[in-house]
Ligand binder design. Structure first.
Ligand SMILES: [Zn+2]
Ligand SMILES: [Zn+2]
Length: 326
């Protein structure tokens, strides 16, 4: 499925099987998650896409071929994951200070590099993650962005005991389970009146769930915002205890309304999380190995990608949409 121009649906296209270049793996895609970032790409809300592009950056695949000079211990048939961070320069001041997620020249999967809404794709082996063979591919796919970005957002939130999550979609449903396993209390916020999502949050271990029009019973140590709605920032800020942090985890958000300085006072902070590093990926999948997570998915065929995206846009999904290749 190819994006030729923002604002248009993806087009089902027959492409030749790609040939791996130096350092690249040829991958037979098993499943690819559908992420909100893909919607932002379709809507033209991300700068400088390289078009036409095959979207998709939550790729679960099998190695189907190796290009020359592939680094690392990869073999044919091995299961790998390809996340959003597809390439970095290794030389800029961010890359050389452990912050490759902020690389000046980074390229991202399914945005500037062809991604996983396809039967075959290519990936730089250095940015691929080894995945376990056991779980079904569709259950692993959401871990590669929703899970990973959620994990980094939680890490950047410090070590909160009482954690708020705002927007109970793919990322929140994964990170709620992990945070509970780590002994944290989770307070889930959904759209006002969305009883089904609140029930879903409680079923995954959330200690408390309500609409964003309600206040939590106690002040929170951190809030993770997964919905692309700027007005959630002051709401989450008001829920924070002193010293607490609001982490905005989306790549795009509507404008944040003004608020009194007193809400920020008390060493509260607001920050964003951008992308991920390879070490986040390794640490997250190690955590997943120790705490198996249940991902709730709705499976679509590759040619149903536009329908899956539309369902995501309407908030008509519980958990994550995943494309499963035949
Ligand atoms: Zn994503
Ligand atoms: Zn760099």
């Amino acid at each position: 499925m190819v994006l030729e121009q923002p604002g248009r649906p993806l087009r089902l296209t027959d492409l030749p099987r790609p040939v791996p270049d130096a350092g690249q793996l040829l991958l037979a895609v098993e499943a690819c998650g559908v992420c909100r970032t893909d919607l932002h790409l379709l809507d033209g809300e991300l700068p400088d896409p390289v078009l036409p592009v095959v979207p998709g950056h939550e790729i679960v695949a099998r190695v189907a071929g190796l290009g020359p000079d592939v680094q690392g211990d990869w073999h044919l048939g091995q299961r790998v994951g390809v996340p959003w961070l597809g390439w970095t320069c290794g030389q800029c001041r961010f890359c050389t200070s452990g912050r490759e997620n902020l690389c000046e020249h980074a390229r991202f999967t399914g945005y500037q590099l062809n991604g996983g809404y396809a039967e075959y794709t290519l990936a730089d082996a250095r940015y691929c993650l080894p995945l376990p063979d056991g779980p079904a591919a569709e259950h692993l796919a959401p871990l590669l962005c929703a899970g990973l970005i959620g994990y980094r957002a939680l890490r950047l939130a410090g070590d909160p005991h009482r954690l708020g999550v705002y927007g109970f979609g793919a990322a929140a449903h994964i990170i709620t389970q992990l945070a509970r396993a780590q002994g944290r209390e989770v307070f889930a916020f959904t759209r006002p009146g969305d009883g089904a999502s609140q029930e879903f949050a409680r079923s995954l271990g959330a200690n408390w769930a309500a609409g964003t029009d309600e206040a939590p019973p106690q002040p929170l140590d951190a809030g993770l915002i997964f919905a692309p709605a700027g007005p959630l920032v002051p709401i989450a800020l008001r829920h924070l205890d002193k010293g607490g942090c609001v982490v905005c985890a989306g790549i795009h958000m509507s404008d944040i309304p003004g608020f009194p300085y007193a809400w920020l006072w008390g060493e509260r902070s607001i920050r964003s999380v951008a992308n991920l590093t390879r070490s986040d990926g390794l640490a997250f999948f190690e955590a997943v190995r120790q705490t198996p997570l249940r991902t709730e998915v709705q499976v679509f065929a590759l040619e149903q990608a536009n329908e899956a995206l539309e369902r995501l846009r309407q908030g008509a999904l519980q958990g994550a949409a995943v494309l499963r290749m035949a």
